[in-house]
Design a protein around this ligand. Sequence first.
Ligand SMILES: [Zn+2]
Length: 201
Amino acid sequence: MYKKNNFLALITLSFFLTSLAHNLVEIIKINPNIQLDIRYATPNNFTGKAVYESPRCFLCKTTAQKINAIQKELETMGLGLKIWDGYRPRSVQYIFWNVAPDRTYVANPKKGSKHNRGTAVDCTLIDKHSNQLEMPSVFDEFSVKAHRNYASMTPAAAKNCKLLENLMIKYGFIPLPHEWWHFDDVDWRQYELLDIPFSQL
Ligand SMILES: [Zn+2]
């Protein structure tokens, strides 16, 4: 009995220490209206294989609160967010670096990505029927079509892209110039690079 109690105490302590070591929360627990399409948990991404163990999205708590506010404002317009990626364990960044067809679009894992801190979001806009609004390119398009200053966007794509960008800026995100879907929390420097698997969060 004494040993069993010790074991339970150890397990509790390890969960407690893991939760102290990060500040990540699951976005759908903050706002279940936010839709997810976690492509890195499927083979439908540029690596051609599932690199996440499950289709879940974690973000730093303060980043998640900003995303929650954006979702609420979008709902007043009959729109919503669909997220493709949030926190990404740093070990996955090494996989991306090794298989990327163009390293312009992938952060060097030695420095780490803001995704590895849980402070970056890849997202798009959807209507109330969950249809994606027209945007300049598909997700993870590694070409000039993904750039915010791409000159040949359709007027609808340009308008939708700007709507998303303006809202993200309003709530404290920085748009990445060459990926219209990627936004960094302005406070990203406050958070550490992490390599905790989803199953331990
Ligand atoms: Zn991204």
